[in-house]
Design a protein around this ligand. Structure first.
Ligand code: C2O
Ligand code: CU
Ligand code: CU
Length: 506
């Protein structure tokens, strides 16, 4: 039956409210159900994808921390954590003992006050990916560093007109980002507004699907990679949804699933497909649109999608990813650098895999239409462009590849893009390397206006966009509401750590 208020989200919201002061406890409980309960006593899977992996465990929704009266107070502790795996455990890095970390749920105009404690043996910090908030002070300022044992309190003030949608948080300390994120340090941020309050949205069963691909092992060696893996962008041993391999959702006919999908993998691309039902997309990175029927859905690291799936008849629905060729990095092989069994050439490939199964039971009957109240999108040609800027992503060097933007590796003391507050710029981002790179800009979302390969520009607002090899993409970026200094970079996080990042000052 289709109840107007789906009981899952409501229940978790209530318990989240009750447990706000006990985030660690709530998160711990959620994480405990990650195992498949198989009771195997053998050693956990080694970092070798030929080892049979557990699957078929129940879908687990991350714990939630929900704002009340305009405020959300959160304490997160980043620390090593042995996550449930195959009846045993695997080494991970976790916020509050939970992989992924708790979901933060707030509304436009709210203030999120977040204290981050560093229980790691290396520096860390926090970035709120996609949020349109100030990059200054103790807001989304990625230039802060928290030493091991230290802590820092951030305060994010969401504008009253912040779009609703799916965002996420993760560490952003240059040089440590890929290892910390692939270790498990990531969580969802949901901003809700009137669209979410509409009956058609409330009637759907909302779920967060954070896709990660950790290396599986029992000690911190899962965080280290060869230089070939680093050049290609590390990929782990299995693609997990909320820390579980191929979880199963039990659902009833006549209901609508609503998934907020986040690619929190360091480097892996997913080209999502659904068999047994169809998907309608209602959001990508930043703000809602549509619904638009989609067959396949490319998600680069950092990108999000919100989709509706109507369950009209009993059966099994599978969410899978097709293989995505990610080209070839310099120094991945051929110069004696082909470590990790990569062989010559260092080809990067994100493999095909099944990610999630929905078992639908009940009599056939049409689910309510997959609809929503569509906000009106600002027309592209009504946006006056004040300046044009050309940015090029490239890779050079042999051995340990040098990853650069406009020929230069990241330097913390150099401003690369000086932008006048209040103007709108078109950025033409070109990729002159042999791999696709996902371009990401903090704080100011953009629209994709045009692609050099002639393919459809993306609907809606984005903060991360794929730039295929040899192609360029025109982005329209209004620099409004906030001034300050932050970064743009490749969201293959190993590339960011290797220098494919630059500073913007607005
Ligand atoms: Cu999700 Cu600068 O990153
Ligand atoms: Cu970001
Ligand atoms: Cu890259």
């Amino acid at each position: 039956m289709n109840t107007p208020l789906a009981s899952g989200p409501l229940l978790s919201r209530r318990s989240a409210l009750r447990l706000t002061g006990l985030g660690a406890l709530a998160a711990g409980v959620a994480a405990c159900s990650n195992g498949n309960g198989g009771g195997a006593t053998g050693t956990p899977a080694a970092p070798d994808s030929s080892v049979p992996l557990p699957s078929g465990a129940a879908f687990v929704q991350p714990a939630e921390l929900v704002s009340a009266n305009g405020r959300l107070e959160v304490t997160l502790e980043a620390a090593p954590y042995m996550a449930s795996w195959n009846g045993a455990t695997r080494y991970a890095l976790a916020y509050n003992g939970s992989v992924p970390g708790p979901t933060l749920r707030a509304r436009p105009g709210d203030t999120i006050r977040l204290t981050l404690r560093n229980g790691l043996d290396q520096p860390t910090n926090l970035h709120t990916h996609g949020l349109h908030v100030s990059p200054e002070g103790y807001s989304d300022n990625i230039f802060h560093m928290i030493d091991p044992g230290g802590s820092l309190t951030y305060e994010y003030e969401l504008p009253g007109d912040h779009p609703s949608g799916t965002f996420w948080y993760h560490p952003h300390h240059h040089g440590f980002v890929a290892a910390q994120v692939s270790g498990g340090l990531a969580g969802a941020i949901i901003i809700e507004d009137d669209i979410d309050d509409s009956p058609v949205m409330r009637a759907s069963t909302e779920r967060v699907l954070i896709i990660s691909d950790p290396k599986i092992g029992t000690d911190e060696s899962v965080l280290t990679v060869t230089s070939a893996e680093q050049n290609n962008g590390r990929e782990g041993d299995a693609a997990l949804i909320n820390g579980v391999l191929r979880p199963v959702i039990d659902a009833e006919t006549g209901t609508v699933e609503r998934w907020r999908i986040i690619n929190a993998s360091s480097s892996r691309y997913y080209r999502l497909t659904l068999s047994g039902a169809s998907m309608s997309q209602i959001a990508s990175d930043h703000g809602r649109f549509g619904p638009i029927a989609v067959g396949t859905l490319l998600l680069t690291p950092g990108q999000r999608a919100e989709v509706l799936v109507s369950l009209n008849e009993a059966g099994t629905i599978t969410l899978s990813t097709e293989a995505v060729a990610r080209g070839m990095s310099m120094g991945g092989g051929g110069m004696g650098m082909g470590g990790g069994g990569m062989g010559m050439g260092g080809d990067a490939l994100s493999p095909a895999a099944d990610l999630l199964t929905v078992v639908v039971t009940g009599p056939a009957g049409a689910a309510p239409g997959a609809g929503m109240v569509t906000p009106s999108l600002e027309a592209l040609d009504s946006m006056v462009v004040d300046a044009e800027r050309h940015i090029s992503f490239g890779a050079m060097g042999m051995g340990r590849g040098e990853f650069v933007i406009d020929g230069k590796p990241f330097a913390a003391d150099r401003v690369d893009a000086d932008v006048l507050f209040g103007t709108t710029e078109d950025w033409i981002v070109t990729n002159n390397s042999m791999m696709p790179h996902p371009f990401h800009l903090h704080v100011w979302p953009f629209r994709v206006v045009e692609r050099s390969d002639g393919s459809e520009p993306d609907p809606g607002w984005r903060d991360t966009v794929n730039i295929p090899t040899g192609q360029s993409v025109r982005l329209r970026i209004p620099f409004r509401d906030f001034s300050g200094t932050t970064v743009y970079h490749c969201h293959i996080l190993d590339h960011e750590d290797l220098g494919m990042m630059a500073i913007i000052d607005v």
